[in-house]
Write a protein that binds this ligand. Structure first.
Ligand code: FNR
Length: 182
């Protein structure tokens, strides 16, 4: 049976390449992964005043993550780090319920620049290693897709064979990792 994955899109942009990448992964890996796209767009600004009783957008987001078997982050880079909206959503997950704790997790990321969100992903790995989050993160398997706008066609499918082959191997590695630790 396919693994139920909450895919957290780190961009709130309608035409986000990271969103398109996850939509592509949802189709391509449907036999292995049952991907639900989880948007951060309606997650309210975090406040410690309401952390025990989160507002609707934050609560809906938290529950989607909590109910999944696994988590996938698709992350762009903003100013050498993750976007503030994604950090906000992660702050919500770290409180009341600790939604990510022990959740098998892997990370992909893309950008139009050549580095493919490497600095953002390095920060993300550090942020989620906090004891209040602490998912079971797939080691290695770092997916940095640079110049993403040159690697997709008009149907938003990846066209770069090297990237596709690498993504296939990362998904296989994740499924193997998941089955080993579950
Ligand atoms: C960016 N972008 C960017 N790219 C990069 O490689 N390093 C960076 O530090 C930044 N910083 C940055 C800041 C802000 C505020 C914006 C809006 C953009 C470019 C960005 O990564 C690129 O547009 C991605 O395609 C955005 O991801 P989505 O929305 O396409 O998923």
């Amino acid at each position: 049976m396919a693994i139920k994955v909450a895919a957290i899109i780190g961009s709130n942009r309608k035409e986000s390449y990271n969103l398109k990448l996850v939509k592509y992964m949802k189709d391509r890996y449907a036999e292995q992964l049952d991907i639900e796209i989880v948007s951060i767009n309606d997650v309210e600004m975090f406040s410690a005043d309401t952390e025990e009783n989160p507002p609707k957008g934050a609560m809906d987001f938290k529950i989607k993550v909590r109910n999944a078997d696994a988590v996938l982050f698709a992350v762009p880079e903003y100013n050498f780090s993750i976007p503030g909206a994604l950090k906000n959503a992660i702050d919500w997950m770290s409180r009341s319920g600790h939604d990510m704790k022990d959740k098998p997790t892997f990370i992909v990321g893309s950008s139009m620049g050549v580095l493919g969100s490497v600095r953002a992903q390095m920060h993300l790995r550090e942020i989620i290693s906090n004891p209040t989050l602490q998912p079971k993160l797939l080691p290695n398997n770092e997916v940095y897709i640079g110049a993403i706008h040159t690697k997709m066609n008009e149907q938003n499918e990846l066209t770069d064979e090297g990237t596709i082959g690498f993504l296939d191997s990362v998904v296989n590695n994740f499924v193997e990792f998941y089955n080993k630790i579950k």
